[in-house]
Design a binder for this molecule. Structure first.
Ligand SMILES: Cc1ncc(C[n+]2csc(CCOP(=O)(O)OP(=O)(O)O)c2C)c(N)n1
Length: 181
């Protein structure tokens, strides 16, 4: 019988445990498939920080290192400078990248580090129970904004991609949705 579909070898066989709608499962697979297409699975190093992103260690079938909360860009900077031939990426949630780690990503971007960042903006702190994130949209509900984010009380969300795109360092920034095929 003809094989019509094969799971990428860049993911392990461990069953995904993520909550529906968080997007990690979809993006794990996209990252893994692209690395396989590029023939770079053996050459990749993922820097995964605190948040549900850290579980990528269970699923990515390539090297990964756990970083302190928000500090994956600093870890990736060090690894890439020591191993310039490796594909070095950070894989970060919005609580991680846009809150505790805001300065790390801004300065890594400003320096133009030769790393890739995959930023999972699901508008919420997933791991800790659905608290409001810096990217939670106005009106969007969170356990710490039960009636929805009110900019008058909670401030306005950060537009991370747009903000980083004002800098000279980044080579390429794209913001996409994974909510439809
Ligand atoms: C220094 C420190 N501060 C706070 C926490 C609690 N904490 C764990 S995960 C997290 C945020 C996770 O949200 P996000 O980065 O959006 O990732 P998600 O779980 O949604 O993928 C926080 C605040 C912690 N573990 N360490």
């Amino acid at each position: 019988m003809a094989v019509v579909f094969e799971k990428t070898k860049a993911l392990t066989d461990v069953k995904l445990h993520y909550c529906p709608g968080c997007a990690h499962g979809i993006v794990h697979r996209l990252v893994a498939e692209v690395l396989e297409e590029m023939g770079e699975v053996e050459n990749a190093i993922a820097c995964v920080p605190v948040g549900c992103a850290v579980f990528a260690n269970n699923y990515f079938n390539f090297d990964a290192i756990q970083c302190a909360h928000g500090r994956a860009p600093a870890t990736a900077t060090g690894i890439k400078r020591v191993h310039p031939d490796k594909i070095v990426m950070t894989y970060q949630g919005d609580g991680d990248l846009a809150s505790i780690g805001t300065c790390e990503i801004v300065h890594a971007a400003a320096r133009g580090e030769k790393i890739t960042t995959v930023f999972i903006n699901n508008g919420i702190y997933g791991m800790t129970g659905g608290q409001m994130a810096p990217t939670t949209l106005p009106g969007m509900k969170a356990t710490t904004a039960k009636a929805g984010r009110d900019p008058k009380i909670n401030g306005n969300p950060l537009r991370v991609s747009e903000m980083l795109a004002t800098l000279t360092g980044p080579a390429y920034i794209e913001r996409v949705s994974v909510s439809t095929p």
